[in-house]
Write a protein that binds this ligand. Structure first.
Ligand SMILES: Cc1ncc(COP(=O)(O)O)c(C=O)c1O
Ligand SMILES: NCCCC(=O)O
Length: 589
């Protein structure tokens, strides 16, 4: 293989036994070419990765080379922005753009950062790397191998800044790792990552169309598409992206109150009767409803918890009984939260039956689909959210089941105008009515925030890259993996399911029973000892860094593992690994 670096023309011996090496060389050529030509070569090469295909490609490229169509003669032009050995020890932030002559240093610095990030991405998907390198807070605060968290009086060199970047990732948790199961938000979507990089580079604000024209329109179009999945005709309604599901849920309570008692906006809660809210007793109906009742002045005593069945689903009859009881006490039932995918059990409340009761008593129905909303995109699983179209508002977090990088949460409201009416303050320095464009595109007055981060682009880009079918495949795969896990442990010695039956979402809840506890009669001693098993296994897991899965008690149930899957990188082998690891770490307890 010879490559004339001046024109980067590559002469290839197709029959050479190392045709594959030629293929790799062509990739190198592609990367040295102009974007368009390089992309074409890369795309062409990557579509065909078998050796035979590679040889065919190489002979194709050889012919093209012969016709001299593949010369990347702008190498010189790009060479100055190729990563080169740079001594950053005497370079500082002040040497970066917009400093005079700062372009070269800036490019080299950013290329170093890109190298750090791309190296991290590669390791994230490498199962031979650890999920985490756990250290206790005092160890990190004392400084490990020179990683000093203290802030500096004087500027650190760019070399130190790059070291700090590497260490920050080194001592963090690889939430994109295929064996990271600890949270509902997992994974590292590359297109989403690129979207986030662009978002930070654009560094703008969502409050007005004038400074975020493209992002505002993307948000509007994407929310409409989401509302179509909810089943509101033509995607009618309103919405906004918020910092998270807890805030989205808070919006729903605020808007419900504004709908029925608008004067509370100006006169406060004194202008309303004693209002009561309803949600599942399960902590997984999410404590954010409780937070909302506290933060919005209802008082947590006015949040009435609803009984649930063995699978954690709200019992509609209990809701109706408690509504009647509240009314008999002179309270006003304002708001019911039905959860589509509870945090711990993954339970889907019976929305239609709950909607019947809400319509009967004229109560606002909110569906918290923070965790389960994504299943609306799956033809196989969307039935679990039947009735969601009857909701007055819906929370849906793409940053959970759909793998969109944090943060990305939507609150959608069926009735247009309520978000604006509830939150608008008409700040004259932002929302001038006499702008040259249609000011209804200014979103700021719908929000409880002023400045609002651009959370839409990474989601919009992923949707463009995956298509709706791509999200459906992602969701179906994760649910298939949870069914696989359930099938592996439901009758396995040493494993006990917290509730019977196939998982509704990807949540699989179970106890691991070490041999020392097997055969022990149920009672206080067994419960106390079992309560300590999951925390101990989790601690050993984190110290070994091999995998991570959450645990918690629920009601009268002692600590149990909650396995959730939202990372499309996970495979059955990772599920097998988790089971084996739990047995390995817990066997001697
Ligand atoms: C059902 C449910 N609602 C709301 C939330 C809160 O979402 P966020 O963490 O984005 O605030 C969660 C988080 O797990 C959840 O599971
Ligand atoms: N909304 C909090 C996240 C809960 C979890 O990831 O388990």
């Amino acid at each position: 293989m010879q490559a004339d670096q001046c024109t980067s023309t590559v002469l290839v011996d197709v029959d050479h036994p190392h045709a594959s090496a030629c293929y790799d060389a062509w990739c190198g050529v592609a990367h040295g070419c102009t974007r368009k030509l390089g992309m074409k070569i890369c795309g062409f090469l990557q579509k065909n990765d078998s050796l035979e295909e590679r040889s065919r490609i190489v002979s194709f490229l050889k012919e093209r080379t012969a016709s001299n169509l593949l010369s990347c003669d702008n190498m010189e032009g790009d060479a100055r922005f190729r990563r080169t050995e740079t001594d950053f020890s005497n370079l500082f932030a002040r040497d970066l753009l917009p400093a005079k002559n700062g372009e070269e240093v800036t490019m080299q610095f950013l290329l170093e950062v890109v190298e750090i990030l791309t190296s991290y991405v590669r390791k994230t998907f490498d199962r031979s790397t650890k999920v985490l390198d756990f250290h206790h807070p005092h160890q990190l605060l004392e400084g490990i191998e020179g990683f000093n968290l203290e802030l500096s009086e004087h500027p650190e060199s760019l070399e130190q800044i790059l070291v700090d970047c590497r260490d920050t990732l080194k001592y963090g948790v690889r939430t994109g790792h295929p064996r990271f199961f600890n949270q509902l938000s997992t994974g590292l979507d590359i297109v989403g990552l690129a979207g986030e990089w662009l978002t930070s580079t654009a560094n703008t604000n969502m409050f007005t169309y004038e400074i975020a024209p493209v992002f505002v329109l993307m948000e509007q179009l994407t929310l409409r598409k989401m509302r179509e999945f909810i089943g509101w005709p033509n995607g009618e309604g309103d919405g906004i992206f918020s910092p998270g599901g807890a805030i989205s849920n808070m919006y729903s309570v605020m808007v419900a109150r504004y709908k029925f008692f608008p004067e509370v906006k100006t006169k406060g809660m004194a202008a309303a009767p004693r209002l009561v809210l309803f949600t599942s007793e399960h902590v997984g109906s999410h404590y954010s409803i409780k937070k909302a009742s506290a933060a919005l002045g209802f008082g947590t005593e006015n949040l009435i918890l609803l009984s649930t069945d063995e699978k954690g689903r709200v019992i509609p009859a209990d809701l109706e009984a408690k509504v009647i009881m509240a009314k008999q006490k002179g309270y006003v039932p304002l708001f019911v939260n039905a959860t589509a995918g509870t945090t711990v059990y993954g339970a889907f409340d019976p929305i239609n039956e709950i909607a019947d009761i809400c319509e009967k008593y004229n109560i606002w129905l909110h569906v918290d689909g923070a965790w389960g909303g994504g299943l609306l995109m799956s033809r196989k699983h969307k039935h679990k959210l039947d009735g969601i179209h009857r909701a007055n508002s819906v929370t849906w977090n793409p940053h959970k089941m759909m793998g969109v990088p944090l943060q990305c949460s939507a609150i959608m409201v069926r009735e247009r105008g309520l978000l604006q009416g509830c939150n608008s303050m008409c700040a004259g320095y932002l929302f001038q009515p006499d702008k040259q464009y249609d000011v209804t595109y200014d979103t700021g007055d719908k929000a409880i925030q002023c400045g609002r981060h651009v959370d839409i682009f990474k989601f919009w880009l992923m949707w463009k890259a995956k298509g709706t079918v791509g999200f459906e495949q992602h969701i179906d795969k994760c649910l298939d993996l949870s069914a696989y896990l359930y099938s592996k442990i439901k009758n396995r010695e040493g494993f006990e399911m917290v509730f019977s039956g196939e998982p509704q979402h990807t949540n699989v809840c179970f106890w691991y029973i070490p041999p020392s506890l097997r055969g022990m009669p149920d009672g206080t001693e067994r419960r106390e000892r079992l309560h300590k098993v999951a925390p101990k296994i989790k601690a050993l897991m984190m110290e070994s860094g091999t995998t991570m899965v959450g645990y918690q008690p629920q009601g009268d149930k002692v600590n149990f593992f909650r396995m959730v899957i939202s990372n499309p990188a996970a495979t059955q082998s990772d599920i097998d690994f988790l089971i084996d690891e739990i047995e390995r770490l817990g066997h001697e307890l």
